[in-house]
Design a protein around this ligand. Sequence first.
Ligand SMILES: NC(=O)c1ccc[n+]([C@@H]2O[C@H](COP(=O)([O-])OP(=O)(O)OC[C@H]3O[C@@H](n4cnc5c(N)ncnc54)[C@H](O)[C@@H]3O)[C@@H](O)[C@H]2O)c1
Length: 264
Amino acid sequence: MQIEHSVALITGGSSGIGEATAKHLSALGARVAIVDLDPPQIDRVVSEIQAAGGQCVGICADVTSELDTERFVQATVDAFGQLNIAVTCAGVIRDGTLLNIDKNTGHVSRKLGFDKWKTVIDVNLTGTFLTLRDAAQAMVNGGWEGLLVPISSVNKIGQVGQLNYSATKAAVERFPKIIIGEFLLRKISHIRCVGIAPGYTETRILREMNQDALAEILKDVHLGRLVKPQEIADLIAYCAQNEAINATTLEITGGLCFPGNIAK
Ligand SMILES: NC(=O)c1ccc[n+]([C@@H]2O[C@H](COP(=O)([O-])OP(=O)(O)OC[C@H]3O[C@@H](n4cnc5c(N)ncnc54)[C@H](O)[C@@H]3O)[C@@H](O)[C@H]2O)c1
């Protein structure tokens, strides 16, 4: 796929990985639609992209709403006449253990809240499904070359304290295989799906994590630092341009390993 003159839609596009991806694709010549929740942040990114010479629209929308996903996909097509790349960066964490145990009584003092469970499922899983479904519908009906990019996470492996988050990221990691299998059956050959599973990346979402736990995790990263959002954006652009990458989810973690788990 040629990124120049393509149209990209990025949810969660006014912060972190989404913002870096929107700016990078724009710098490579794509026209971009930024979807997010906070109008001032959306306006900031749109202005910065336009100031750099890019074409960009901002759309305030909630990915958990079916009405909104239909609206922002249509708004993107209305603005730029087509849709080629959809990246689902909208995501949240609401960490907590399944149960908290009172040290004195040994009894359960607190359970993982249903609100924490539901918020993460709604944004990370349902939001990704709705966005990719409606983007794919537009690409099929328009006959445009397309790339769907669900954002998973290295924590798809199952992180303690992230039952909700890891469950969504494990599910999303499977989307490319399932969607492209379906497209193969239906002879839809012009749309690819490549998931990206970032490791710990320098964005505001990490500020909500336990910072002591994060410092411990970084000791297991071969690169010795957090991944930069720009490095994720680079990989997404590369995936757009290399049509052999398809029906898979790629990790980009800086070499997150768990050497403490050595078998002796
Ligand atoms: N930063 C990391 O270490 C890391 C690692 C692995 C995966 N990820 C994933 O990358 C994606 C981007 O995260 P980030 O690190 O850039 O975080 P971020 O908080 O900077 O960006 C997430 C964006 O999603 C938006 N958002 C949240 N709920 C939304 C909703 N209902 N509708 C529309 N927009 C919504 C937020 O407003 C925010 O702008 C997420 O899916 C996250 O799970 C991040």
